[in-house]
Design a protein around this ligand. Structure first.
Ligand SMILES: [Ca+2]
Ligand SMILES: [Ca+2]
Ligand SMILES: [Ca+2]
Ligand SMILES: [Ca+2]
Length: 301
């Protein structure tokens, strides 16, 4: 008699381990998680949540008046338990509420929303202000803090200051800070480097080492050399870039990994190695980016 191999999922070696374990243990399809590498009988139930990031290009009144596009957006967004949205551009700040209503009228899940103020605090940022939204399934997710824009008044590190909220996964001990950023393409190198300040500030302010910052980093192609990630502080071993360099996140024929999800803290161990790019649509009227997503697996209390 054998038991399913217990695998602590935290590195990219996971896929190989999974393949090996399945080859060695035929018929063993259930993977359980444990706190350490000592094999024992203790097993427990887990819950799995999906977290996504989506730059919805120029999400404003024009897009909101297009029923076909809105229906597609509802279909895409409703797939995820948490989704962080960038590029909401409505000076009257009505579009995100209209979208939430449409989403909930067409989904079995009643999503809730955290909405930022219009980012872009300093005078030179004002020309491209956007709001961020975090939509989440309240059956699975609790909000510990409704969120705030990162205060970059000293260095003006960002054209659109990241939005940060504190969330927890219900019936588990996992709480974490979720940040969302849309970098200025021409300043992507500097803004990505400056995210270390946001990670550090978040961990301290929320007293939580588990921080994930997702969004349109513009972290590839002409804006950023992804081969240099390891030279960044957020490219060190304490951080996990869950969307790897080979991912193609833009609809254009170029292969660019603009959209990223970067984790630090013990939440890295909750990432089960499963990530994706939702490239199920090809209409640029929806966006020029595809959503990116990851799965987290969390022990139930
Ligand atoms: Ca700024
Ligand atoms: Ca935590
Ligand atoms: Ca790439
Ligand atoms: Ca592409």
């Amino acid at each position: 008699m054998y038991v399913c191999m217990k695998v602590r999922i935290s590195t990219i070696q996971v896929s190989l381990m999974l393949i090996l374990s399945m080859a060695i243990l035929p018929g063993c399809t259930e993977i359980r998680f444990k706190d350490n590498n000592i094999q024992n009988e203790e097993q427990y139930n887990t819950t799995k949540i999906s977290v996504a990031s989506f730059n919805i290009k120029i999400f404003g009144k024009t897009k909101a008046s297009n029923d076909t596009v809105m229906a597609s957006l509802v279909e895409i967004v409703s797939k995820y338990d948490i989704i962080a949205i960038q590029e909401i551009k409505d000076i009257d700040q009505e579009v995100p509420y209209e979208f939430l209503e449409l989403l909930n009228n067409n989904s079995s899940i009643q999503f809730e929303m955290l909405l930022s103020e219009r980012s872009g605090s300093q005078e030179d940022d004002r020309s491209s202000q956007e709001q961020y939204a975090i939509l989440y399934n309240p059956e699975l997710i609790s909000v510990m803090d409704n969120g705030t824009l990162f205060n970059d008044s000293v260095n003006d590190s960002f054209q659109r200051e990241p939005f940060l909220a504190h969330l927890s996964v219900k019936n588990t001990t996992l709480d974490f800070v979720l940040g969302v950023i849309h970098t200025k393409p021409a300043a992507a190198e500097d803004e990505i480097a400056a995210l270390i300040d946001v990670f550090n500030w978040s961990a301290e302010y929320y007293d939580d080492e588990d921080v994930m910052i997702v969004g349109d980093y513009n972290a590839d192609c002409s804006y950023f050399d992804e081969e240099d990630i390891f030279e960044l502080e957020i490219g060190s071993a304490e951080f996990l870039w869950a969307i790897p360099n080979e991912a193609d996140t833009n609809l254009a024929s170029s292969n660019c990994t603009y959209d990223r999800m970067v984790l630090t803290g013990d939440i890295i161990d909750n990432f089960n190695g499963t990530w994706g790019v939702d490239n199920t649509f090809s209409e640029k009227s929806i966006s020029d980016h595809w959503p990116v997503w990851i799965e987290l697996v969390i022990r139930i209390d």
